[in-house]
Design a binder for this molecule. Sequence first.
Ligand code: CAO
Length: 466
Amino acid sequence: MGQMHEAKVPDIGNFHDIPVIELLVAVGDTVKADQGLVTLESDKATMEVPAPLAGVVKELKVKLGDRISEGGVVAVIEAMDASLPPLGEGGRRPDEGLIAQDALGSQAPSPSPQPSPGGRGGQEPAPQPTAPLPATPAGVELPGATSGSTVPSSPPVVFDAAALAPGQVPYASPAVRVFARELGVDLHKVKGSARAGRITKADVQAFVKGALQAAPIAVAASGGGLNLIPWPKVDFGKFGEVESRPLSRIQKLSGANLLRNWAMIPHVTQHDEADITAMEAFRKQLGATHKDVKVTPLVFLIKAAVAALRKYPAFNSSLDGDSLILKKYFHIGIAVDTPSGLVVPVIRDADRKGLLELSHELAAISAKAREGKLTPADMSGGCFSISSLGGIGGTAFTPIINAPEVAILGVSKSRMQPLWTGEGFEPRLMLPLSLSYDHRVIDGAAAARFAAYLAQVLGDLRLLLL
Ligand code: CAO
Protein backbone atom coordinates (compact mmCIF):
# COMPACT_ATOMS: atom_id res chain seq x y z
CA MET A 1 0.00 0.00 0.00
CA GLY A 2 1.31 3.47 -0.88
CA GLN A 3 1.80 6.31 1.57
CA MET A 4 -1.21 8.54 2.35
CA HIS A 5 -0.91 12.25 1.50
CA GLU A 6 -3.23 15.09 2.24
CA ALA A 7 -4.16 17.51 -0.54
CA LYS A 8 -4.43 20.94 1.01
CA VAL A 9 -5.52 24.36 -0.20
CA PRO A 10 -2.22 26.00 -1.11
CA ASP A 11 -1.06 29.40 -0.01
CA ILE A 12 -2.29 31.70 -2.73
CA GLY A 13 -2.93 34.75 -0.61
CA ASN A 14 -6.04 36.29 0.93
CA PHE A 15 -8.46 33.43 0.40
CA HIS A 16 -10.57 32.48 3.41
CA ASP A 17 -13.80 30.54 3.69
CA ILE A 18 -14.02 29.97 -0.03
CA PRO A 19 -16.95 27.82 -1.18
CA VAL A 20 -16.31 24.51 -2.93
CA ILE A 21 -18.24 24.80 -6.19
CA GLU A 22 -17.13 21.66 -8.03
CA LEU A 23 -15.87 18.22 -7.10
CA LEU A 24 -13.63 17.22 -9.99
CA VAL A 25 -12.87 13.70 -8.76
CA ALA A 26 -14.55 10.95 -6.77
CA VAL A 27 -13.23 8.47 -4.21
CA GLY A 28 -11.43 5.68 -6.04
CA ASP A 29 -10.35 7.87 -8.99
CA THR A 30 -6.75 7.66 -10.12
CA VAL A 31 -5.27 11.14 -10.44
CA LYS A 32 -2.09 12.58 -11.88
CA ALA A 33 0.13 14.99 -10.05
CA ASP A 34 -1.34 18.51 -10.33
CA GLN A 35 -4.70 17.28 -11.54
CA GLY A 36 -7.50 19.46 -10.15
CA LEU A 37 -9.40 17.81 -7.29
CA VAL A 38 -11.98 20.45 -6.39
CA THR A 39 -12.80 23.94 -7.63
CA LEU A 40 -13.12 26.80 -5.19
CA GLU A 41 -14.72 30.10 -6.06
CA SER A 42 -14.17 33.38 -4.31
CA ASP A 43 -16.00 36.58 -5.19
CA LYS A 44 -13.63 37.28 -8.01
CA ALA A 45 -11.78 34.15 -8.97
CA THR A 46 -11.98 30.41 -9.33
CA MET A 47 -9.14 28.05 -8.53
CA GLU A 48 -8.52 24.36 -8.51
CA VAL A 49 -6.84 22.58 -5.65
CA PRO A 50 -4.36 20.26 -7.32
CA ALA A 51 -3.36 16.71 -6.38
CA PRO A 52 0.06 16.94 -4.73
CA LEU A 53 1.19 13.74 -6.47
CA ALA A 54 -0.06 10.88 -8.63
CA GLY A 55 -2.19 8.36 -6.79
CA VAL A 56 -5.67 7.17 -5.90
CA VAL A 57 -8.26 9.36 -4.17
CA LYS A 58 -8.95 7.58 -0.88
CA GLU A 59 -11.12 10.18 0.79
CA LEU A 60 -12.79 13.48 -0.11
CA LYS A 61 -12.81 15.76 2.90
CA VAL A 62 -15.15 18.36 1.40
CA LYS A 63 -18.53 18.38 -0.28
CA LEU A 64 -20.23 20.91 -2.54
CA GLY A 65 -20.97 24.14 -0.74
CA ASP A 66 -18.41 23.60 2.04
CA ARG A 67 -16.20 26.57 2.81
CA ILE A 68 -12.48 26.13 3.15
CA SER A 69 -9.36 28.25 3.73
CA GLU A 70 -5.64 28.03 3.10
CA GLY A 71 -4.18 24.80 4.52
CA GLY A 72 -7.60 23.06 4.63
CA VAL A 73 -7.51 19.44 3.56
CA VAL A 74 -9.68 18.62 0.55
CA ALA A 75 -8.71 15.00 -0.05
CA VAL A 76 -6.47 12.13 0.97
CA ILE A 77 -4.44 10.54 -1.81
CA GLU A 78 -2.70 7.21 -1.66
CA ALA A 79 0.61 7.64 -3.49
CA MET A 80 1.18 5.62 -6.63
CA ASP A 81 4.89 5.61 -6.04
CA ALA A 82 5.64 4.57 -2.46
CA SER A 83 9.18 5.92 -2.77
CA LEU A 84 8.03 9.57 -3.02
CA PRO A 85 9.31 11.95 -0.31
CA PRO A 86 6.87 13.43 2.22
CA LEU A 87 4.99 16.56 1.21
CA GLY A 88 6.22 20.09 1.69
CA GLU A 89 4.18 23.01 2.96
CA GLY A 90 0.77 23.53 1.36
CA GLY A 91 0.50 19.93 0.20
CA ARG A 92 3.22 20.20 -2.48
CA ARG A 93 6.59 18.59 -2.80
CA PRO A 94 9.38 21.02 -2.00
CA ASP A 95 10.67 21.09 -5.60
CA GLU A 96 7.37 22.26 -7.02
CA GLY A 97 6.31 25.77 -7.80
CA LEU A 98 2.88 27.26 -8.05
CA ILE A 99 1.57 30.09 -10.11
CA ALA A 100 -1.35 32.01 -8.81
CA GLN A 101 -2.81 35.44 -9.30
CA ASP A 102 -5.73 36.70 -7.33
CA ALA A 103 -8.10 39.38 -8.34
CA LEU A 104 -6.05 42.13 -6.74
CA GLY A 105 -2.83 41.12 -8.38
CA SER A 106 -1.04 39.70 -5.35
CA GLN A 107 1.23 36.92 -6.44
CA ALA A 108 1.74 33.56 -4.79
CA PRO A 109 5.06 31.68 -4.82
CA SER A 110 6.51 31.87 -8.29
CA PRO A 111 7.25 28.95 -10.62
CA SER A 112 10.32 26.84 -9.96
CA PRO A 113 13.27 28.72 -11.41
CA GLN A 114 14.47 25.91 -13.70
CA PRO A 115 11.52 23.74 -14.64
CA SER A 116 12.08 20.85 -17.01
CA PRO A 117 10.87 21.85 -20.48
CA GLY A 118 8.70 18.81 -20.95
CA GLY A 119 7.27 18.87 -17.46
CA ARG A 120 7.48 15.87 -15.16
CA GLY A 121 7.14 12.34 -16.49
CA GLY A 122 3.54 11.35 -16.98
CA GLN A 123 2.26 14.87 -16.52
CA GLU A 124 0.06 16.33 -19.21
CA PRO A 125 1.19 19.57 -20.83
CA ALA A 126 -0.19 22.75 -19.32
CA PRO A 127 -3.57 23.68 -20.83
CA GLN A 128 -3.45 25.83 -23.96
CA PRO A 129 -5.91 28.64 -24.50
CA THR A 130 -8.81 27.90 -26.86
CA ALA A 131 -8.71 31.35 -28.42
CA PRO A 132 -6.01 33.97 -28.90
CA LEU A 133 -5.44 35.52 -25.51
CA PRO A 134 -5.24 39.23 -24.94
CA ALA A 135 -2.08 40.84 -23.62
CA THR A 136 -1.76 40.25 -19.89
CA PRO A 137 -0.44 42.47 -17.15
CA ALA A 138 3.23 41.93 -16.35
CA GLY A 139 3.85 38.86 -14.23
CA VAL A 140 0.44 37.37 -14.88
CA GLU A 141 0.29 33.88 -16.31
CA LEU A 142 -2.85 32.94 -18.15
CA PRO A 143 -3.71 29.24 -18.04
CA GLY A 144 -1.51 27.43 -20.54
CA ALA A 145 0.47 30.54 -21.42
CA THR A 146 4.23 30.59 -20.97
CA SER A 147 6.38 33.64 -20.63
CA GLY A 148 9.51 33.66 -22.70
CA SER A 149 11.16 30.26 -22.61
CA THR A 150 10.07 29.56 -19.05
CA VAL A 151 7.64 26.69 -18.79
CA PRO A 152 5.94 26.35 -15.44
CA SER A 153 6.36 22.97 -13.83
CA SER A 154 2.84 23.08 -12.41
CA PRO A 155 -0.32 24.31 -14.08
CA PRO A 156 -1.83 27.56 -12.84
CA VAL A 157 -4.52 26.91 -10.26
CA VAL A 158 -6.25 30.26 -10.14
CA PHE A 159 -8.05 31.89 -12.95
CA ASP A 160 -9.63 35.30 -12.68
CA ALA A 161 -11.17 36.17 -16.01
CA ALA A 162 -12.48 39.56 -15.04
CA ALA A 163 -9.18 40.79 -13.66
CA LEU A 164 -7.11 39.57 -16.59
CA ALA A 165 -9.22 40.80 -19.45
CA PRO A 166 -12.59 42.18 -18.47
CA GLY A 167 -15.33 41.08 -20.81
CA GLN A 168 -12.96 39.22 -23.09
CA VAL A 169 -11.94 35.97 -21.45
CA PRO A 170 -14.72 33.45 -20.85
CA TYR A 171 -15.26 32.75 -17.16
CA ALA A 172 -14.55 29.06 -16.54
CA SER A 173 -12.33 26.93 -14.36
CA PRO A 174 -9.13 25.42 -15.78
CA ALA A 175 -10.72 21.96 -15.86
CA VAL A 176 -13.65 23.25 -17.91
CA ARG A 177 -11.19 25.01 -20.23
CA VAL A 178 -9.31 21.78 -20.81
CA PHE A 179 -12.58 19.92 -21.36
CA ALA A 180 -13.77 22.53 -23.88
CA ARG A 181 -10.43 22.46 -25.70
CA GLU A 182 -10.58 18.68 -26.01
CA LEU A 183 -13.99 19.00 -27.69
CA GLY A 184 -12.88 21.92 -29.86
CA VAL A 185 -15.41 24.26 -28.23
CA ASP A 186 -14.77 28.00 -28.30
CA LEU A 187 -15.77 29.11 -24.80
CA HIS A 188 -16.58 32.59 -26.08
CA LYS A 189 -19.69 31.04 -27.64
CA VAL A 190 -20.86 29.21 -24.51
CA LYS A 191 -23.28 30.82 -22.07
CA GLY A 192 -22.38 30.16 -18.45
CA SER A 193 -25.20 29.04 -16.18
CA ALA A 194 -23.38 29.25 -12.83
CA ARG A 195 -23.06 32.24 -10.58
CA ALA A 196 -21.78 35.41 -12.31
CA GLY A 197 -21.99 33.62 -15.67
CA ARG A 198 -19.31 31.02 -14.90
CA ILE A 199 -19.25 28.28 -17.55
CA THR A 200 -19.56 24.76 -16.15
CA LYS A 201 -18.78 21.39 -17.74
CA ALA A 202 -22.54 20.86 -18.16
CA ASP A 203 -22.75 24.14 -20.12
CA VAL A 204 -20.06 22.91 -22.51
CA GLN A 205 -21.82 19.56 -22.90
CA ALA A 206 -25.14 21.30 -23.60
CA PHE A 207 -23.44 23.56 -26.15
CA VAL A 208 -21.99 20.57 -28.04
CA LYS A 209 -25.32 18.75 -27.96
CA GLY A 210 -27.10 21.81 -29.33
CA ALA A 211 -24.51 22.32 -32.05
CA LEU A 212 -24.79 18.69 -33.18
CA GLN A 213 -28.56 18.88 -33.36
CA ALA A 214 -28.56 22.20 -35.18
CA ALA A 215 -25.85 21.34 -37.71
CA PRO A 216 -27.92 19.46 -40.34
CA ILE A 217 -30.68 22.07 -40.18
CA ALA A 218 -28.22 24.93 -40.52
CA VAL A 219 -26.48 23.31 -43.49
CA ALA A 220 -29.74 22.58 -45.29
CA ALA A 221 -31.17 26.03 -44.60
CA SER A 222 -28.05 27.79 -45.83
CA GLY A 223 -27.97 25.78 -49.05
CA GLY A 224 -24.44 24.76 -48.09
CA GLY A 225 -23.17 21.20 -47.68
CA LEU A 226 -23.93 18.52 -50.22
CA ASN A 227 -27.60 18.18 -49.24
CA LEU A 228 -27.89 15.13 -51.48
CA ILE A 229 -30.89 12.95 -52.16
CA PRO A 230 -30.51 9.41 -50.77
CA TRP A 231 -28.48 6.78 -52.61
CA PRO A 232 -30.79 4.77 -54.93
CA LYS A 233 -31.90 1.48 -53.41
CA VAL A 234 -32.41 -0.99 -56.26
CA ASP A 235 -33.21 -4.70 -56.22
CA PHE A 236 -30.80 -5.59 -59.03
CA GLY A 237 -31.85 -9.26 -58.88
CA LYS A 238 -35.13 -8.25 -60.47
CA PHE A 239 -33.30 -7.45 -63.69
CA GLY A 240 -30.99 -10.47 -64.00
CA GLU A 241 -28.52 -12.68 -62.18
CA VAL A 242 -26.24 -10.91 -59.69
CA GLU A 243 -23.58 -11.75 -57.14
CA SER A 244 -22.77 -9.70 -54.04
CA ARG A 245 -19.10 -9.30 -53.21
CA PRO A 246 -18.04 -7.37 -50.08
CA LEU A 247 -15.56 -4.52 -50.53
CA SER A 248 -12.05 -5.25 -49.27
CA ARG A 249 -10.76 -3.43 -46.20
CA ILE A 250 -8.45 -1.37 -48.42
CA GLN A 251 -11.30 -0.48 -50.78
CA LYS A 252 -13.41 0.72 -47.87
CA LEU A 253 -10.57 2.77 -46.41
CA SER A 254 -9.36 4.26 -49.67
CA GLY A 255 -12.97 4.82 -50.78
CA ALA A 256 -13.68 6.92 -47.70
CA ASN A 257 -10.50 8.94 -48.28
CA LEU A 258 -11.21 9.43 -51.99
CA LEU A 259 -14.77 10.57 -51.27
CA ARG A 260 -13.63 13.09 -48.67
CA ASN A 261 -10.85 14.41 -50.89
CA TRP A 262 -13.09 14.69 -53.94
CA ALA A 263 -15.87 16.38 -51.97
CA MET A 264 -13.71 18.77 -49.97
CA ILE A 265 -10.93 19.80 -52.35
CA PRO A 266 -11.76 22.04 -55.31
CA HIS A 267 -9.92 20.01 -57.96
CA VAL A 268 -8.76 21.31 -61.31
CA THR A 269 -6.76 19.13 -63.69
CA GLN A 270 -4.15 20.65 -65.97
CA HIS A 271 -3.18 18.52 -68.97
CA ASP A 272 0.14 18.70 -70.78
CA GLU A 273 2.51 16.41 -72.61
CA ALA A 274 6.23 15.82 -72.51
CA ASP A 275 8.49 14.86 -75.39
CA ILE A 276 10.31 11.88 -73.84
CA THR A 277 12.06 10.66 -76.99
CA ALA A 278 15.56 11.34 -75.60
CA MET A 279 14.56 10.14 -72.12
CA GLU A 280 13.31 6.87 -73.56
CA ALA A 281 16.60 6.31 -75.42
CA PHE A 282 18.51 6.88 -72.17
CA ARG A 283 16.12 4.59 -70.25
CA LYS A 284 16.73 1.81 -72.79
CA GLN A 285 20.49 2.28 -72.42
CA LEU A 286 20.17 1.99 -68.66
CA GLY A 287 18.05 -1.13 -69.05
CA ALA A 288 20.71 -2.70 -71.24
CA THR A 289 23.52 -2.01 -68.79
CA HIS A 290 21.64 -2.65 -65.53
CA LYS A 291 19.90 -5.97 -65.82
CA ASP A 292 19.38 -6.39 -62.06
CA VAL A 293 16.53 -3.86 -61.95
CA LYS A 294 13.72 -2.69 -64.22
CA VAL A 295 14.01 1.03 -64.97
CA THR A 296 10.58 2.34 -65.97
CA PRO A 297 9.59 5.91 -66.92
CA LEU A 298 8.21 6.33 -63.40
CA VAL A 299 11.61 6.96 -61.78
CA PHE A 300 12.29 9.77 -64.27
CA LEU A 301 8.90 11.21 -63.34
CA ILE A 302 9.83 11.09 -59.66
CA LYS A 303 13.05 13.03 -60.32
CA ALA A 304 11.26 15.54 -62.56
CA ALA A 305 8.55 16.00 -59.92
CA VAL A 306 11.18 16.76 -57.26
CA ALA A 307 12.75 19.38 -59.56
CA ALA A 308 9.35 21.00 -60.17
CA LEU A 309 8.47 20.93 -56.44
CA ARG A 310 11.76 22.68 -55.73
CA LYS A 311 11.02 25.35 -58.32
CA TYR A 312 7.37 25.79 -57.25
CA PRO A 313 7.30 25.22 -53.45
CA ALA A 314 3.54 25.81 -53.10
CA PHE A 315 3.06 22.38 -54.65
CA ASN A 316 5.06 20.88 -51.77
CA SER A 317 2.72 22.18 -49.12
CA SER A 318 -0.34 21.38 -47.03
CA LEU A 319 -3.16 23.59 -45.84
CA ASP A 320 -3.41 24.00 -42.08
CA GLY A 321 -6.32 26.29 -41.30
CA ASP A 322 -5.35 29.72 -42.56
CA SER A 323 -1.70 28.76 -43.03
CA LEU A 324 0.26 26.89 -45.65
CA ILE A 325 2.84 24.44 -44.34
CA LEU A 326 5.74 24.43 -46.79
CA LYS A 327 7.83 21.26 -46.66
CA LYS A 328 11.56 21.24 -47.17
CA TYR A 329 11.71 17.50 -47.79
CA PHE A 330 10.68 15.53 -50.87
CA HIS A 331 8.75 12.36 -50.09
CA ILE A 332 6.84 11.12 -53.13
CA GLY A 333 3.76 8.90 -52.90
CA ILE A 334 3.25 6.31 -55.64
CA ALA A 335 -0.22 4.95 -56.36
CA VAL A 336 0.03 1.17 -56.60
CA ASP A 337 -2.71 -1.05 -57.94
CA THR A 338 -3.00 -4.19 -55.78
CA PRO A 339 -5.45 -7.11 -55.86
CA SER A 340 -7.11 -5.68 -52.73
CA GLY A 341 -7.30 -2.10 -53.97
CA LEU A 342 -5.34 1.10 -54.38
CA VAL A 343 -2.57 1.98 -51.91
CA VAL A 344 -0.05 4.82 -51.90
CA PRO A 345 3.35 3.94 -50.40
CA VAL A 346 5.81 6.78 -50.03
CA ILE A 347 9.37 6.97 -51.34
CA ARG A 348 11.27 9.11 -48.88
CA ASP A 349 13.91 11.72 -49.72
CA ALA A 350 13.56 11.15 -53.44
CA ASP A 351 15.76 14.22 -54.01
CA ARG A 352 18.73 12.33 -52.54
CA LYS A 353 18.32 9.17 -54.62
CA GLY A 354 19.47 8.35 -58.13
CA LEU A 355 17.45 6.65 -60.87
CA LEU A 356 18.80 3.17 -60.08
CA GLU A 357 18.28 3.44 -56.33
CA LEU A 358 14.74 4.71 -56.97
CA SER A 359 14.12 1.79 -59.35
CA HIS A 360 15.16 -0.73 -56.68
CA GLU A 361 13.05 0.99 -54.06
CA LEU A 362 10.03 1.24 -56.37
CA ALA A 363 10.24 -2.48 -57.17
CA ALA A 364 10.54 -3.36 -53.47
CA ILE A 365 7.74 -1.09 -52.27
CA SER A 366 5.30 -2.09 -55.02
CA ALA A 367 6.01 -5.79 -54.29
CA LYS A 368 5.40 -5.13 -50.60
CA ALA A 369 2.15 -3.34 -51.51
CA ARG A 370 0.93 -6.20 -53.68
CA GLU A 371 1.71 -8.69 -50.91
CA GLY A 372 -0.40 -6.55 -48.56
CA LYS A 373 2.54 -5.96 -46.22
CA LEU A 374 2.74 -2.17 -46.20
CA THR A 375 2.81 -0.59 -42.75
CA PRO A 376 1.14 2.75 -41.93
CA ALA A 377 4.66 4.24 -41.78
CA ASP A 378 5.26 3.13 -45.39
CA MET A 379 2.24 5.18 -46.42
CA SER A 380 2.70 8.35 -44.41
CA GLY A 381 4.54 11.64 -44.82
CA GLY A 382 4.05 12.07 -48.57
CA CYS A 383 4.43 15.52 -50.16
CA PHE A 384 3.14 14.89 -53.67
CA SER A 385 1.81 11.75 -55.36
CA ILE A 386 2.18 10.20 -58.78
CA SER A 387 -0.43 7.89 -60.24
CA SER A 388 0.95 6.15 -63.30
CA LEU A 389 -1.44 4.29 -65.56
CA GLY A 390 1.10 4.47 -68.37
CA GLY A 391 1.82 0.74 -68.28
CA ILE A 392 -1.87 0.14 -69.00
CA GLY A 393 -3.05 2.84 -71.42
CA GLY A 394 -5.22 5.91 -71.69
CA THR A 395 -4.61 9.42 -72.91
CA ALA A 396 -5.61 11.48 -69.83
CA PHE A 397 -7.50 11.20 -66.58
CA THR A 398 -8.32 13.14 -63.41
CA PRO A 399 -6.32 11.84 -60.46
CA ILE A 400 -7.79 12.62 -57.03
CA ILE A 401 -5.51 14.57 -54.68
CA ASN A 402 -4.19 12.57 -51.75
CA ALA A 403 -4.97 14.96 -48.86
CA PRO A 404 -3.33 16.70 -47.12
CA GLU A 405 -1.16 17.03 -50.22
CA VAL A 406 -2.21 19.76 -52.66
CA ALA A 407 -1.40 18.18 -56.02
CA ILE A 408 -1.03 14.85 -57.78
CA LEU A 409 0.41 13.91 -61.16
CA GLY A 410 -1.41 11.42 -63.35
CA VAL A 411 0.58 9.78 -66.13
CA SER A 412 -0.93 8.04 -69.15
CA LYS A 413 0.62 5.91 -71.89
CA SER A 414 3.30 7.45 -74.09
CA ARG A 415 2.68 7.36 -77.83
CA MET A 416 4.67 8.13 -80.95
CA GLN A 417 3.18 11.23 -82.54
CA PRO A 418 4.07 13.48 -85.44
CA LEU A 419 5.42 16.75 -84.00
CA TRP A 420 5.70 19.91 -86.08
CA THR A 421 9.25 21.26 -85.77
CA GLY A 422 8.67 24.43 -87.79
CA GLU A 423 10.01 22.81 -90.91
CA GLY A 424 8.30 19.49 -90.96
CA PHE A 425 6.83 16.69 -88.89
CA GLU A 426 9.05 14.47 -86.77
CA PRO A 427 8.08 11.28 -84.95
CA ARG A 428 8.40 12.01 -81.20
CA LEU A 429 7.46 9.91 -78.18
CA MET A 430 4.93 12.00 -76.25
CA LEU A 431 3.93 11.35 -72.64
CA PRO A 432 0.53 12.65 -71.44
CA LEU A 433 0.55 14.35 -68.04
CA SER A 434 -2.55 15.15 -65.94
CA LEU A 435 -1.84 17.40 -62.96
CA SER A 436 -4.72 17.76 -60.46
CA TYR A 437 -4.28 20.57 -57.97
CA ASP A 438 -6.09 22.12 -55.03
CA HIS A 439 -7.36 25.43 -56.39
CA ARG A 440 -7.50 26.91 -52.88
CA VAL A 441 -3.72 26.76 -52.79
CA ILE A 442 -2.63 26.82 -56.42
CA ASP A 443 -3.68 29.16 -59.21
CA GLY A 444 -4.30 27.92 -62.72
CA ALA A 445 -1.29 29.84 -64.04
CA ALA A 446 1.02 28.27 -61.44
CA ALA A 447 -0.31 24.82 -62.35
CA ALA A 448 0.28 25.46 -66.04
CA ARG A 449 3.85 26.55 -65.25
CA PHE A 450 4.47 23.52 -63.02
CA ALA A 451 3.19 21.11 -65.69
CA ALA A 452 5.15 22.88 -68.44
CA TYR A 453 8.32 22.73 -66.34
CA LEU A 454 7.79 19.02 -65.68
CA ALA A 455 7.48 18.46 -69.43
CA GLN A 456 10.58 20.58 -70.04
CA VAL A 457 12.66 18.55 -67.54
CA LEU A 458 11.45 15.24 -68.95
CA GLY A 459 12.29 16.56 -72.42
CA ASP A 460 15.82 17.53 -71.38
CA LEU A 461 17.11 15.59 -68.38
CA ARG A 462 20.17 17.85 -68.15
CA LEU A 463 17.89 20.33 -66.35
CA LEU A 464 17.93 17.93 -63.38
CA LEU A 465 21.58 18.85 -62.87
CA LEU A 466 20.85 22.53 -62.28
N1 CAO B 1 4.00 4.95 -71.16
C1 CAO B 1 4.32 3.82 -71.78
N2 CAO B 1 4.78 2.73 -71.15
C2 CAO B 1 4.92 2.79 -69.82
C3 CAO B 1 4.62 3.93 -69.12
C4 CAO B 1 4.14 5.06 -69.82
N3 CAO B 1 3.82 6.20 -69.19
N4 CAO B 1 4.84 3.70 -67.82
C5 CAO B 1 5.28 2.44 -67.72
N5 CAO B 1 5.32 1.90 -68.94
C6 CAO B 1 5.75 0.56 -69.26
C7 CAO B 1 6.94 0.15 -68.46
O1 CAO B 1 8.12 0.61 -69.05
C8 CAO B 1 6.81 -1.34 -68.49
O2 CAO B 1 7.21 -1.78 -69.79
P1 CAO B 1 8.15 -3.07 -70.02
O3 CAO B 1 7.49 -4.16 -69.23
O4 CAO B 1 8.14 -3.22 -71.45
O5 CAO B 1 9.45 -2.65 -69.43
C9 CAO B 1 5.32 -1.55 -68.40
O6 CAO B 1 4.71 -0.33 -68.83
C10 CAO B 1 4.80 -1.88 -67.03
O7 CAO B 1 5.29 -0.97 -66.10
P2 CAO B 1 4.94 -1.20 -64.58
O8 CAO B 1 3.52 -0.83 -64.35
O9 CAO B 1 5.33 -2.56 -64.17
O10 CAO B 1 5.94 -0.26 -63.82
P3 CAO B 1 5.82 1.26 -63.49
O11 CAO B 1 7.10 1.61 -62.84
O12 CAO B 1 5.41 2.09 -64.61
O13 CAO B 1 4.65 1.36 -62.40
C11 CAO B 1 3.43 0.88 -60.46
C12 CAO B 1 4.76 0.77 -61.14
C13 CAO B 1 3.50 0.18 -59.12
C14 CAO B 1 3.07 2.32 -60.23
C15 CAO B 1 2.35 0.28 -61.35
O14 CAO B 1 2.59 -1.09 -61.50
C16 CAO B 1 0.95 0.47 -60.87
O15 CAO B 1 0.45 -0.16 -59.92
N6 CAO B 1 0.21 1.38 -61.57
C17 CAO B 1 -1.19 1.60 -61.29
C18 CAO B 1 -1.39 2.87 -60.50
C19 CAO B 1 -2.86 3.15 -60.36
O16 CAO B 1 -3.68 2.25 -60.20
N7 CAO B 1 -3.23 4.42 -60.47
C20 CAO B 1 -4.59 4.80 -60.47
C21 CAO B 1 -4.92 5.48 -59.21
S1 CAO B 1 -6.53 6.08 -59.23
O17 CAO B 1 -7.40 4.75 -59.17
